[in-house]
Design a protein around this ligand. Structure first.
Ligand code: FMN
Length: 541
């Protein structure tokens, strides 16, 4: 399988990193902001609409739904894909965003489809660029502009959001491994969008009936003339956002909407992000091999509606919006602070698929955790397994080292080895201190080969999306307890598998993660993400 070959080829080994340029060519550093010159601009409203929602509302679906309009869509984008701060050190100035990204390179572009328009989100300006005006098919519901006599009784205003990736942005720094990072980032973006939807009392669900080719047609990504020699965008996913039941949007046949957009009136040409580029053919190959063909007309797009159960913990007084906007990656941890056991367990429970953001995706958990626990009170340091699906225990027991204890600590948490694993975690995560100095770090272990064989190579991307979603939940959970987290894309793949006793491609580590009390870099100065917002609500420390 091309995806598994790609995965094998892009592993980091103790004696050899995955192929990249090996140095940063600053002359070709990609512009992090895509723009479409000539596309009309709609400035988005700048009001913070959801400043008073408690943190738990992100997960329990308790926020009152906001009306779907320009104001609330502006708030939705601001709290998912917007800028969170501008940082400066010496002459260098760079933006951070609400969604994290490997190397802060931000390959993910965002589109909104609503009312017969396809809009591209211009992040720096917090504005929408009108890429396309088209005649909405009368039978297509995800629109706020349907005449009343076309709406079924259960109709709720809805719109679509879609994501694409510009691989070059990540490949510039990371070479061949970059495709993985683009997929992690897409997963984080799905998570930020699902939770920003929850902030506004909405639901968000990916639309499995849309093929990648249909998404490309909807977003105009297949319009060669609009890109010229600019870097192309790869379609990733499209989702319905609604205050009501997303199921009508999920069931909708995509073909009429995709065709209507393709026949619409398109405006704007993409900016070129770098003067020169290095080609990484293996990325083009894996990208082509993992394109999603969509669901055949005969198959139903329907899925089990997931209930949104409340997941109570001790942090309900937190303000959800400020947790979202102040999320940051830690650069270093203090190597001494501990996390309370109940807080740790509550965080892990957020990863169970019973509440948001897990209702955004339509597959059961394929990714489970191996944790390196360093400083969690009343928990012996060691290597633990956290299973997001009980049924996996027997499989993992059989696949992993026979000497692991499998001592149940809590419902889904098992102690494998009581050991001081700080140095081990550091070494396995590319010798990064963040894996050692926090409360814990972890490896996300995915069912790789079987899930690709059962579903198709396109599922390779979704395994990374699931990892990104896990990471996004943990990023917010860290902020909510006054700590901080960091995604870790750099780890030595097979040494992780060897440590666990895993062989072959059945289970592979796809993403690492860490959490602790951060040590700030005081040399950096910070400004708000948008000049019209004060620093309040944009910084915690
Ligand atoms: C997929 C992914 C992989 C990452 N890998 C690492 C890593 O290996 N080491 C690290 O220090 N930070 C890592 N980060 C953190 C990013 O550098 C960070 O998200 C980025 O600089 C933006 O900063 P922010 O998260 O504070 O907005 C990773 C983030 C993501 C999303």
């Amino acid at each position: 399988m091309i995806s598994i070959d790609y995965h094998e080829q892009t592993k980091h080994h103790f004696n050899r990193f995955a192929r990249s340029l090996g140095y940063l060519d600053w002359a070709t550093q990609p512009n992090p902001f895509r723009r479409y010159a000539g596309a009309p601009i709609l400035e988005l409203p700048r009001r913070a609409l959801a400043a008073d929602r408690p943190y738990d509302a992100l997960f329990d679906g308790s926020a009152d739904p906001a009306p779907v309009n320009d104001d609330s869509i502006g708030e939705f984008l601001r709290c998912s894909m917007g800028l969170s701060a501008w940082k400066q050190f010496g002459d260098s100035r760079w933006a951070l965003r609400v969604n994290p990204s490997s190397g802060n390179l931000h390959p993910t572009e965002t589109y909104v489809i609503r009312g017969g328009r396809v809009w591209h989100y211009a992040v720096r300006e917090h504005a929408l660029e009108e890429r396309c005006a088209f005649e909405e098919p009368a039978n297509h519901q995800p629109s706020n502009h349907q005449p009343a006599n076309h709406q079924p009784s259960n109709y709720q205003p809805a719109f679509l959001v879609a994501l694409s990736s510009i691989h070059w942005r990540e490949a510039w720094k990371y070479g061949e491994r970059a495709f993985r990072y683009c997929q992690h980032d897409a997963g984080h973006a799905i998570g930020t969008m699902r939770l920003a939807a929850a902030l506004l009392g909405w639901r968000l669900a990916l639309l499995p009936r849309w093929s990648d080719a249909q998404i490309a047609a909807l977003l105009g990504l297949d319009r060669d003339a609009d890109y010229g020699d600019a870097e192309r965008e790869e379609p990733e996913c499209v989702a319905v956002v609604t205050a009501g039941d997303p199921q009508p949007g999920i069931d909708q046949d995509p073909s009429t909407l995709a065709a209507a957009a393709a026949a619409g009136s398109w405006r704007g040409t993409a900016n070129r992000l770098s003067d020169r580029r290095v080609d990484w053919p293996i990325i083009d190959q894996v990208s082509a091999a993992t394109r999603y063909p969509g669901v055949a007309e005969t198959e139903s797009g329907a899925r089990d509606p997931k209930s949104q159960t409340s997941n109570p913990n001790t942090r309900s007084s937190k303000n959800a919006r400020s947790v979202i906007i102040t999320r940051r990656s830690a650069l270093a941890f203090d190597a001494q602070s501990g996390l309370r056991r109940d807080a740790f367990l509550a965080m892990l429970r957020r990863l169970l698929p019973s509440s948001a953001p897990w209702d955004a995706i339509d597959w059961p958990p394929q990714v489970h955790l191996v944790l390196f626990v360093h400083r969690v009170e009343e928990l012996v340091p060691g290597i633990y397994a956290y299973l997001r699906d009980d049924a996996v225990q027997a499989e993992w027991k059989a696949a992993m080292r026979g000497e692991f204890l499998w001592e149940r600590v809590e419902a889904d948490l098992f102690l494998l080895v009581p050991i001081d694993c700080r140095r081990l975690a550091n070494r396995l995560s590319c010798d990064q201190d963040i894996a050692e100095d926090g409360f814990f770090s972890l490896a996300m272990i995915a069912r790789l080969e079987a899930s690709l064989r059962e579903r198709g190579e396109w599922f390779y991307r979704r395994l990374f999306w699931e990892c990104g979603l896990i990471g996004q939940v943990l990023y917010l959970e860290a902020e909510a307890v006054g700590a901080r987290a960091t995604g870790i894309g750099c780890f030595y793949d097979d040494p992780v598998h060897d440590m666990l006793g895993l062989t072959g491609h059945a289970w592979q580590s796809l993403y690492h993660f860490s959490m602790g009390v951060p040590v700030e870099d005081r040399r950096l100065t910070s400004e708000p993400g948008y000049a019209w917002e004060g620093m309040e609500g944009t910084e915690t420390v």
